[in-house]
Design a protein around this ligand. Sequence first.
Ligand code: SF4
Ligand code: SF4
Length: 98
Amino acid sequence: MAEKTTTKKKTRAPATRKTSVKKKEKKKFDVSFYHAWCKACGICMAFCPQKIIKADKNGKPEILGMDKCVGCRFCEIHCPDFAITVSDRKPKRRQNDV
Ligand code: SF4
Ligand code: SF4
């Protein structure tokens, strides 16, 4: 009597393990200008790799799109009059924090 052989096909269990990948929040920066010291030379506007520093009607710098700043500090380093401060933006602690 011949023995019946059953060949069970092995199937791989689907990958169900969830990986908790936390999305890393992009670091943000604040750039401030001390206009009293600024002589409107335009160096900061020329050096900004993001091209977010533009001249206002007096030729003095202003930021358009602060969130695009990458914090390279080129503007701060190259300003001959030390009129720029770049700082890390602190995360808000509460919803109503300013
Ligand atoms: S820190 Fe860099 S990206 Fe930000 S405003 Fe200055 S030059 Fe532009
Ligand atoms: S580099 Fe300094 S002095 Fe020149 S425009 Fe910018 S802030 Fe003003």
